[in-house]
Design a binder for this molecule. Structure first.
Ligand code: BES
Ligand code: ZN
Ligand code: ZN
Length: 511
């Protein structure tokens, strides 16, 4: 979608369709008043007689029959003024674009909604809502002619010249972010037979080959992993004919003046459960078990485009398929993962933590200021938090605070669960250092306790995205299917990165 922000007056625009936001309030806002006057009081009447209720995401389409330069006017409800948030902006933007798409419109014209939020933030949110609302995954479907419509342009008209610079910044960031989110959604929506570990590795390599990519990519194959002792990844991969891939992405360079941040993403391209096989109902969904890896890949690509100056960023994507082949891991097997901990595999369906163990231990080699991992790790997280929150655990208050703030700003919200030492009891093994499942209780927490063994003291946040990575129904800017939740959060977090206090202190100590 081509998005432009330019100075102008909305009512004078010769548009295919003009979108006008209307608050649920007795008085119309300035622009709405201008349109109302030009239409002989029609908007006021529609509101008064209840034909158009300006609740958030309600719409009403009006032909203008020459009364305005625009051919059509789309009224979109903004809800109550004091309840309108940045996420409201994303939602109405998605709603408006979809309404336009449905009737085959190519170009949508609008202005910033009448709020006092900074222009850059509002504009970024508008772009996010529009592009992500418009998103569809139709690679495998024969569409009817009326289904192939596409809105190709969004024209944002800015009345106040002082807000134009901010709006342009918002467009730029919004486009980088939405390109990454769409990329991640595509990858997660693809069937496991297509999005294999090798295919994700080729996607990462292709990303690094783009002109001015600013991104370095290295892929470790099975033999290279064997040399290093990545027996978690190799163990899970043994049951499958698909070779594993350990993908390393790098943006920026290690330097004394910068924090190194490592992002880790679970990349199980299909989780059948292995020998501890899953029930067949809904097993098809387990193609989305690589959402963590796809999310990190998307976020790193957006960040490499946006180029934050003061960060050294590393992405680690352990990618495997979890299958019950003849050489598969068996319940009772013992592995020595990277990080020199022996692990008793009591359940081959708790495979995510085995591959993350290697990746987290590998992450420590960079001596990072922080590690963040994203994983569709536990069904228990879906039970605990449903589809509206990411489960957050970890060992560092400052990182929690930053992650929470990034979650609020992007509406990819996190909710913290405890990691008290008592929970660690459940993963003690009789025969190895730890085992890969706990008891029936607190499954999300015991999974994180397992991971904690491999990060040791590094500041770390674990995000369980099992409940949010797949949208069960259509929402204003997230259609049913892969949501790519976490991409925007990570971009927000890293773009606002300041040195972590602990890292700064360690540096002072050395001098
Ligand atoms: N990939 C699943 C977790 C999952 C479940 C993600 C549902 C998304 C939706 C993970 O590998 C898994 O199977 N976990 C087990 C762990 C158990 C065996 C301790 C689970 O949650 O049931
Ligand atoms: Zn599993
Ligand atoms: Zn899994």
């Amino acid at each position: 979608m081509q998005v432009t922000a330019r100075q102008g007056t909305l009512i004078k625009e010769k548009a295919e369709i003009t979108v006008l936001g209307i608050f649920d309030a007795p008085q119309l806002e300035t622009t709405a008043k201008e349109f109302d006057r030009a239409l002989g009081g029609m908007i006021s009447r529609l509101k008064k007689n209840g034909d158009f209720r300006p609740k958030l995401n309600n719409t009403f389409l009006l032909p203008t029959y020459g009364k305005l330069p625009a051919q059509r006017l789309l009224l979109v409800g903004l809800g109550k003024n004091d309840e309108f948030t940045l996420d409201g902006v994303r939602q109405v933007s998605g709603t408006a674009i979809k309404a336009a798409k449905r009737i085959g419109i190519k170009k949508v014209t609008c202005e910033l909604p009448p709020t006092t939020l900074p222009a850059a933030e509002i504009t970024q949110a508008m772009v996010e809502g529009a592009v992500l609302g418009h998103y569809g995954f139709n690679e495998y479907k024969h569409l009817q002619p009326e289904e192939v419509t596409e809105v190709t342009a969004l024209d944002i008209v800015i009345k106040d010249k002082a807000r134009l610079g901010g709006a342009k910044t918002g467009v730029k960031i919004g486009l980088s972010v939405t390109e990454a989110v769409s990329f991640t959604r595509d990858l997660v929506n693809m069937p496991g037979g297509q999005a294999t570990p090798s295919m994700i590795a080729s996607q990462a390599r292709a990303m690094a080959r783009r002109p001015n990519a600013m991104l370095r990519v290295k892929v470790l194959s099975g033999p290279a992993m064997k040399k290093l002792g990545m027996n978690g990844v190799l163990g899970v991969a043994r049951g499958s004919c698909q070779p594993p891939a350990f993908i390393i992405l790098e943006y920026g360079r290690k330097s004394p003046g910068k924090d190194t941040v490592v992002l880790v993403g679970k990349g199980v391209t299909f989780d059948s459960g292995g020998i501890s096989i899953k029930p067949s109902h809904d097993m098809d969904k387990m193609k989305y078990d690589m959402a963590g890896a796809a999310t990190v890949l998307g976020a790193v690509s957006a960040l490499a485009a946006l180029r934050p100056p003061n960060i050294h960023l590393v992405g680690l994507l352990p990618c495997v398929e979890n299958m019950p082949g003849g050489r598969a891991l068996k319940p009772g097997d013992i592995l020595r993962c990277l990080g020199d901990k022996s692990v008793e595999v009591q359940n081959t369906d708790a495979e995510g933590r085995l591959i993350l163990a290697d990746a987290l231990a590998y992450a420590r080699r960079y001596r990072p200021a922080a590690i963040l991992d994203l994983a569709t790790l536990t069904g228990a997280c879906v039970v605990a938090l449903g589809h509206h929150a990411i489960g957050m655990m970890g060992n560092n208050r400052e990182l929690f605070k930053r992650t929470e703030a990034a979650g609020e700003a992007t509406h990819e919200r996190v909710w913290q669960l405890p990691l008290w030492k008592e929970y660690g009891e459940a993963i003690k093994s009789d025969v190895a250092d730890i085992k890969n499942i706990g008891n029936r209780t607190a499954g999300t927490i015991t999974a994180a306790k397992f991971l904690e063994h491999f990060v040791e003291k590094t500041p770390w946040v674990h995000l369980d995205i099992a409940g949010v990575a797949w949208a069960e129904k259509n929402m204003p800017y997230t259609p049913k299917g892969a949501s790519a939740t976490g991409v925007r959060l990570l971009v927000e977090l890293i773009m606002n990165w300041k040195r972590l206090p602990a890292a700064a202190k360690a540096k002072k100590g050395k001098k």
